[in-house]
Write a protein that binds this ligand. Structure first.
Ligand SMILES: Nc1nc2c(c(=O)[nH]1)N[C@H]1C(S)=C(S)[C@@H](COP(=O)(O)O)O[C@H]1N2
Ligand SMILES: [Mo]
Length: 521
C-alpha cells in the first residue's frame, strides 16, 4: 500500500478524487436527515419546529414592504414557500460541506452543531422554552453527523481498488437515496403532527359566544335512551364524515382565514373569524344526511349547531336580481349550491362555527361550515368554508357534473337499529326500535311489520324539532323461525316514505328498511 504524500494525514481516509459528487450528496442527505429527524421529534412531542422558528425570525426581521410584497406574490402560500426556501438553502450548504467532509470531518460536524444551535436560538427567540428547543436541535445535529459519517464511509473507500469502488457506487446511491426518502418522510410526518397539534391548541383557545337565540333543552322523552338505538345527539367523534379531502385542509392560520360574500350582491364583503364571531349567533338542532346514505345506512347524524344565520350575511351583502343559487366554496376547492330562497326561509340555515357545544372539529369543517336543514350535504353543507357566492343556476356545485342531481332535498327515511343485523333472538316479547327523519317536515308516524303481517304503529319519542330525526320503538312477539321486520315512516305533512327501492345516485336512496332475524325457542 502506498501513502499519498499530498494527503494531509495518511491515517485519515483521503478524498476520493472521483467522487466529489458522492461527498456532496453525503452532505445533502445528512442535512435532510438532520432536518427530517428534528421535525419528526418536534411534531411527535409538541416541541417547536426549528425550520419554522427560523422562518418566523426571518419574517420578523424583514422590512414590512418586503414582507407585504412576499405575501402579495405568494398569497397565503408565503410561509410554506419561506420554509421550502430555508430547507433548500440548508440542503445546498450541506452539499458544500459534504465536499469538505472527507478531509475535514470535525469541521463539518461542528458546522452541523452550529446550525442546530442557531435553529434552537431562533426558536428561543420566538418565545419557545429552551429545553425542548435544544432537545430538538440535539436530535437533528446528532442524526446529521451520524448520517454524514455513515455515508462518508460508503462514499470514500480508499482501501478498495477502482473496481470495488464501482460496485460500491450503486450501494452508495441506494443507501443515500433511501436515507433521503426516509428523511423527507420524517419531515413531512413531523409537520403533519405539528399542524394537528396547533389546530388542537387553536380550538381549545376559542370561546363560542352565547347564542342570541338558544335552542331549548330537548323535551323530556326525546331521547328514549334505548340500548342499540342511535342517541338523539350524535357525539362529534362518532359523527359520520364524508368529504373529498385526502387530508383535512389545515386551516391552522386562523388570522389568514376569511369568509368572503360575493357574486350577485350589491355590497360584497369579507369577514375575519373574529368578525364572524362578533355577529349574533343562533343555535339549532339539525339532522345532517349524506345523499350516499343507502337504506339502513349510517351516513346521518344529529348535532346542536351554532352559528351565524345566513339571512344576516345575505342582507348585509344585498341580493341582486339573479342571485338564485347560494354556492358555498371551501378552502380546498369543493363547492355546493342550493336555492337562495332556502337560505332565507330556513330559520336554522347558518354558517356554523360550533357543533355540540365545541368549536367545529377539524374533520367537520373548522373554522366554519354551512348547515342547511332539509338538504343533503353534497348540495349544502360545505365544510372549511371560505366563500359564499351568489350565482344563477348556470353554475354547478362539485358533485353536479359528476352525475348527482342539481337539487338535493332530503328524502323521508327510517332505520331499524334494534335488533341489530345478525342478532339471534330468543322467543318472547322483543323490542324493535330505530330512528326516522324528514328534515324540515318532521316525522308523524312510524310503522313496523313482521313478515306479511299488518303494519303496526310504533311509539314515537318526543320530537326535538322538525329538522331532527325522531326515535321510535315498539315490540313484537318473537316466535321461533326466521322473520323479516320492515319499517316505514310518514313525514309531518302526511307523506309516507317512498316504498320503491332506488339507489343513492342521483338524488338519494329510497325503499323501506328491513332486516331478517332468526328466533330460537
Ligand atoms: N369542503 C367540503 N365540504 C363538504 C364535502 C366535501 O367533500 N368537501 N362533502 C359534503 C358532503 S357530501 C356531506 S354528506 C357533508 C358531510 O359532513 P360531515 O363530514 O361533517 O358529516 O359535508 C359536505 N361538505
Ligand atoms: Mo354526502
Amino acid at each position: 500500500m502506498t501513502v499519498d504524500p499530498a494527503g494531509p494525514d495518511p491515517a485519515r481516509p483521503r478524498a476520493d478524487p472521483a467522487s466529489p459528487g458522492r461527498a456532496a450528496a453525503t452532505g445533502l442527505v445528512a442535512v435532510l436527515s438532520a432536518l427530517g429527524s428534528a421535525e419528526l421529534v418536534a411534531g411527535a412531542v409538541g416541541a417547536p419546529s426549528l425550520v419554522v422558528a427560523v422562518g418566523d425570525t426571518v419574517i420578523d426581521r424583514v422590512p414590512g414592504p418586503v414582507e407585504r410584497a412576499g405575501i402579495a406574490v405568494l398569497g397565503s402560500g408565503d410561509k410554506p414557500a419561506l420554509v421550502a426556501g430555508i430547507v433548500l438553502i440548508c440542503a445546498l450548504l450541506g452539499a458544500r460541506l459534504g465536499r469538505l467532509a472527507p478531509r475535514r470531518p470535525t469541521l463539518v460536524a461542528t458546522g452541523f452543531v452550529a446550525a442546530a444551535a442557531l435553529g434552537a436560538a431562533a426558536a428561543v427567540g420566538q418565545g419557545e422554552a429552551v429545553a425542548p428547543a435544544m432537545g430538538v436541535a440535539a436530535v437533528g445535529a446528532v442524526t446529521g453527523v451520524l448520517v454524514l459519517r455513515g455515508l462518508l464511509r460508503l462514499a470514500v473507500r480508499p482501501d478498495l481498488p477502482p473496481s470495488g469502488r464501482a460496485l460500491d457506487r450503486r450501494r452508495f446511491l441506494a443507501v443515500a437515496g433511501g436515507t433521503a426518502v426516509l428523511a423527507v418522510l420524517a419531515g413531512v410526518g413531523g409537520s403533519l403532527l405539528a399542524s394537528r397539534d396547533r389546530l388542537a391548541d387553536l380550538r381549545r383557545a376559542i370561546r363560542l359566544p352565547v347564542p342570541l337565540r338558544q335552542a331549548p333543552p330537548p323535551p323530556p322523552g326525546a331521547d328514549l335512551d334505548l340500548p342499540g338505538v342511535a342517541p338523539l345527539f350524535t357525539p362529534n367523534e362518532d359523527f359520520y364524515r364524508i368529504d373529498t379531502a385526502l387530508r383535512i385542509p389545515p386551516v391552522v392560520d386562523l388570522a389568514a382565514w376569511r369568509l368572503e360574500v360575493r357574486g350577485r350582491v350589491a355590497r360584497p364583503f369579507s369577514l375575519s373569524y373574529a368578525e364572524l364571531m362578533e355577529l349574533p349567533q343562533v343555535e339549532a338542532d339539525v339532522t345532517l344526511v349524506c345523499v350516499s346514505n343507502e337504506v339502513s345506512g349510517d351516513l346521518v347524524g344529529t348535532a346542536r349547531w351554532q352559528g351565524v344565520p345566513l339571512p344576516t350575511l345575505l342582507e348585509r351583502a344585498g341580493l341582486q336580481p339573479g342571485a338564485d343559487q347560494l354556492l358555498g366554496r371551501s378552502v380546498d376547492g369543493f363547492s355546493a349550491g342550493f336555492p337562495t330562497r332556502t337560505a332565507l326561509e330556513q330559520a336554522a340555515a347558518m354558517v356554523a362555527v360550533g357543533m355540540n357545544g365545541e368549536p367545529l372539529p377539524p374533520e367537520h369543517g373548522f373554522p366554519a361550515r354551512l348547515v342547511v336543514p332539509g338538504l343533503y350535504g353534497y348540495v349544502s353543507a360545505t365544510k372549511w368554508l371560505s366563500v359564499l357566492e351568489l350565482t344563477g343556476w348556470d353554475v354547478d356545485g362539485y358533485w353536479v357534473p359528476r352525475g348527482w342531481a342539481k337539487r338535493g332535498p332530503v328524502k323521508t327515511q327510517s332505520r331499524i337499529d334494534v335488533p341489530a343485523v345478525g342478532t339471534v333472538l330468543r322467543a318472547g316479547r322483543r323490542p324493535v326500535a330505530g330512528v326516522a327523519w324528514a328534515p324540515t317536515r318532521g316525522i308523524q308516524r312510524v310503522e313496523v311489520r313482521v313478515d306479511d303481517g299488518p303494519w303496526v304503529g310504533a311509539e314515537l319519542a318526543e320530537a326535538l324539532g322538525v329538522d331532527c330525526w325522531r326515535q321510535w320503538s315498539t315490540s313484537w312477539e318473537a316466535t321461533p323461525g326466521v322473520h323479516r321486520i320492515t319499517a316505514r315512516a310518514t313525514d309531518g305533512r302526511g307523506r309516507r316514505q317512498e316504498e320503491a327501492r332506488s339507489p343513492a345516485a342521483p338524488d338519494g336512496a329510497t325503499g323501506y328498511p328491513f332486516l331478517q332475524v332468526r328466533v330460537e325457542p
